[in-house]
Design a binder for this molecule. Structure first.
Ligand code: NAD
Ligand code: MG
Length: 331
């Protein structure tokens, strides 16, 4: 394992560089503001007079349409949604300065060959291990979200130094920058969100809620048990792993965990996880998602809507309305 910190940064690598940040969403906003506060010459590339355009201007950043932002930039950060990146790359490719650095926060389009960058470009990855609002908040507090770093094209011979200097600019070296590859970042990121974080955790919550409600318990009680209290456990795991959770839960909870947990996430679940990983590795998932987006995303939107029709959402909304502090952090 190679972990870079602040002392590893070559401050000359991006000295005086002009950085174009394409997109002003979760990551784009955080990166642009942090880089500006770190002293870089930053321009945000977004659609003229759109919502992001106005927001970035209001927040004190220079803005330009994507191709104009890219022309003259030494580094271009591609921070629009993954399925939009290919079209945007084609739109701005001609304006990209010779020898510039093209940077991604997720390896999807490079790894699955949706974007084939010009050979004169450095192509790098700086993927913060947290959402944009955390990347911004940690930076403002003098800390930083850890990042992954990878290089897929090193035309200049300085690609890694440039990527690390960028990570430093967004605060990442304070949290540590871990060396990886586009393949490893892309495949682990997709697997993690599918099997454990977004897919796995939500299915576990919803099926647990259903089990209690179908057995005749009140939905409100089931909600507190299966959704609300998950945060307590996740926070303990996040702060101190299994050991810290053991320290804070009762012996009864621990005994139930050790004897029943493996029956829920059992060998057949793990077998299915391996299949899901295979579909990530062999490109089946990527092809399916790209095709769905390319055909307008109707099925995707229908499934999203369906997901939110579940009774856990109705009871959850009512209960959360009584806990106004829950949303204070993001307000
Ligand atoms: P987002 O959806 O929050 O931001 C999208 C922004 O892109 C919009 O605000 C808009 O400015 C712009 N945009 C949207 N559609 C566009 C279009 N058709 N043409 C031009 N501009 C358009 O995106 P995000 O979640 O910040 O993701 C950006 C990249 O960061 C992705 O590669 C993603 O995988 C990666 N990433 C995201 C997170 C996260 O927590 N959200 C974490 C790590 C990496
Ligand atoms: Mg789900």
């Amino acid at each position: 394992m190679r972990l870079y910190g602040q002392k590893d940064v070559d401050r000359k690598a991006l000295k005086g560089a002009r950085i174009a940040v394409l997109g002003y969403g979760s990551q784009g906003r955080a990166h642009a503001l942090n880089l500006k506060d770190s002293g870089f010459d930053v321009v945000v590339g977004v659609r003229k007079n759109g919502k992001s355009w106005k927001k970035a201007r209001r927040e004190g950043l220079a803005v330009a349409p994507p191709a104009a932002a890219v022309s003259g930039a030494d580094l271009v950060a591609m921070l629009v949604p993954d399925v939009v990146q290919k079209a945007l790359y084609l739109e701005v490719a001609a304006a990209l300065k010779k020898g510039a650095t093209l940077l991604f926060a997720h390896g999807f389009n490079i790894h699955f060959k949706q974007i084939r960058p010009r050979k004169d470009l450095d192509v790098v990855l700086i993927a913060p291990k947290g959402p944009g609002d955390l990347v911004r908040r940690q930076y403002q507090q003098g800390r930083g979200v850890p990042c992954l770093l990878a290089v897929s094209q090193n035309a200049s011979g300085h690609a890694r130094a440039r990527a690390l200097a960028y990570a430093h600019g967004i605060g990442g070296t304070r949290g540590g920058v871990l060396d990886t590859t586009f393949a490893e970042e892309t495949e682990t990121d997709l697997f993690g969100e599918q099997a454990v974080l977004c897919g796995g955790a939500t299915e576990l919550v919803v099926r647990g809620f259903e089990t209690l409600v179908e057995a005749g318990y009140q939905p409100e009680v089931a909600y507190y048990e299966c959704m609300h209290e998950l945060k307590l456990i996740v926070d303990l795991l996040h702060e101190g792993g299994l050991k810290k959770m053991h320290e804070f839960i009762s012996d009864t909870a621990k005994y139930g965990d050790l004897t029943r947990g493996p029956r829920i996430v059992n060998a057949s679940v793990k077998k299915e996880m391996k299949k899901v990983l295979k579909e990530v590795q062999n490109g089946k998932f990527a092809r399916q998602w790209i095709a769905e987006s390319a055909s307008g995303g109707r099925k995707f939107r229908r499934m999203l809507k369906q997901d939110l029709k579940h009774p856990v959402e109705k009871v959850g909304a009512a209960l959360r309305a009584r806990m106004p502090w829950l949303n204070a952090r993001r307000a």
